[in-house]
Design a protein around this ligand. Structure first.
Ligand code: IPE
Ligand code: IPE
Ligand code: MG
Length: 260
């Protein structure tokens, strides 16, 4: 059996960063985790939220600057009312429980998605947490709650048009600035737990060159060792951005994407 290579933080030339700047996670599998234990789906969601503190801390310790957590999609409204209500309550509880410590640790909280359909009380909690932490600069945690990539893109197009932006001024940079993720770097690594290998309407524009990593582990069981496995896998990837490999290949100087 071949042992997994140890994670390397630099490439052969010692200069290419091997830690992703931005990691985005599709936190999936709470329901199946609970089902396996004979618990309710809502108990699975509760267990999932208990994992979040450790995961934020671990990615922060590994040098990740931005962590995006997919917590509720625009399609998740189609779930039974009871489950939707429980998920709404949970975001409020997580904020109550975690925000002080996150703030103490220099974490800036941002939200991506649409807060409008949320109950005013929950919306206010999210907005207060964002306002409290807005000047922190050690790490950014983006919570994708009521997030959908297609809705985000349609919203961006509508606002570009409403602003009267002439077509010739529309480029990738300007378009990105109309997305919820304006100001955040694109994700380098997208992790999905619980076995499915699909994006489920998550960061479609932003992930165009992200490395994808899937694990069969359910979200409540995704622990520090899992984080390190994902980061080790990332460190071994050869990101070419449409160019050619720059890890010692003679052609590196000719690569269109060289230097990225
Ligand atoms: C992820 O767990 C949490 C949300 C989508 C809100 P799921 O609830 O999707 O869990 P499974 O996929 O049914 O196991
Ligand atoms: C994706 O999980 C959304 C979140 C993790 C918030 P889903 O469980 O909703 O995705 P599908 O239905 O399996 O594609
Ligand atoms: Mg799921």
């Amino acid at each position: 059996m071949i042992a997994e290579p140890a994670p390397t933080l630099t490439d052969l030339n010692g200069h290419r960063p091997r830690v992703p700047r931005h990691v985005a996670i599709i936190m999936d599998g709470n329901g199946r985790w609970a089902e396996q234990r004979g618990l309710s789906r809502n108990a699975g969601h509760r267990a999932g939220t208990e994992n979040i503190r450790n995961i934020i801390r671990t990615f922060g310790e590994r040098g990740v600057e931005v962590l995006t957590l997919y917590a509720f999609s625009t399609e998740n409204w189609t779930r039974p009312r009871r489950e939707v209500n429980a998920l709404m309550r949970l975001i409020g509880r997580v904020i109550n429980r975690e925000v002080k410590e996150l703030h103490r640790n220099g974490v800036r909280l941002v939200h991506i998605g649409d807060l409008q359909p949320l109950e005013p009380e929950i919306r206010k909690k999210v907005e207060q947490a964002i306002a409290l932490t807005k000047d922190n600069d050690r790490m950014t945690v983006a919570v994708a709650f009521n997030y959908g990539s297609r809705a985000e893109i349609i919203g961006a197009v509508k606002r570009l048009m409403a602003d009267g932006v002439p077509p010739e001024r529309v480029d990738e940079q300007l378009f990105s600035s109309y997305l919820y993720t304006a100001g955040l770097p694109d994700p380098d690594l997208v992790i999905r737990t619980a076995g499915e290998v699909r994006l489920s309407n998550f960061l479609l524009w932003q992930s165009s060159y992200a490395e994808l990593y899937a694990t069969s582990t359910f979200w409540p069981d995704f622990d520090t060792a899992e984080v390190d496995r994902a980061l080790a896998a990332y460190a071994r990837r050869d990101r070419r951005f449409g160019g050619v490999s720059d890890d010692g290949g003679q052609d590196a100087g000719h690569a269109a994407g060289n230097g990225r």
